[in-house]
Design a protein around this ligand. Sequence first.
Ligand code: ADP
Ligand code: MG
Length: 259
Amino acid sequence: MTVDHERLTAHLSRLKLTAIRDQLDTLLDEAARKDLNLREALAFLCEAEVARKDQRRIRMGTAIARFPTVRTLDGFDFGAQPSIDPKLIRELATGRWIANGDTLLLLGPPGVGKTHLAIALGRQAILHRHTVLFAPATGLVTDLTKAHRDGRLEDKLAFYTKPKLLIIEELGYLPFEPNAAHLFFQLVSRRYERGSTLVTSNRNVTEWGTVFGDNVVATAILDRLLHHSHVVTIRGDSYRLREKRRSGLLRADDTNNHQ
Ligand code: ADP
Ligand code: MG
């Protein structure tokens, strides 16, 4: 049977099998060289296609997530952070908690790896086909406040409710205005039992009343956030300071200086 090459590539285009289409000769040569039977060759072609589609999805998902930097779980030194159970992080990396719509709180002092883990787990979520958005808490609150003022609150709430995983970064570095706390409460209520939320904070949950400037609102927010939740409390020294100390830039007792 003779195969019309143009017809074949047209079929592959129509089926959107672009990786197979673009690398057809190379893939077929390789299949022949490996002496694959028909079933094996089909599996081999499918793998090439799936790999390309995964790559594209991950690239797009990562761009949409707006991570501030690239951080991975492989790049996290668990030996340096004995207060974290690597088994728990590995379990969280499966993304099951996101499928369940759970909340994850990463709490601890500055520099202990909260942001690193938040980005790394966000990346894992994308690998598991979840949509992710990384939002600094102050930016998020400013955004909601502005939208509220301009009569566009509904759109903004929808925007922040859409991602399956919303990462709220550095909650508690600045206290909220009372109105901001109400807006934040509306967002948390919208997302409740719909999407997952990951919050990083240097404040313990007992201090969140101060953060939100209102104990009643704080309780209502916590009630929803903590209903199905995992809390990882990280202790210990700042990783950055540790590295500096190790390289001799800081003395061992010099921990109160700026980083
Ligand atoms: P936090 O958000 O808790 O203030 P970060 O996650 O920003 O801390 O960590 C500060 C810096 O130290 C980042 O560059 C991060 O990648 C790095 N870091 C922190 N902990 C670790 C760790 N255990 N292994 C590798 N890098 C780490
Ligand atoms: Mg941080």
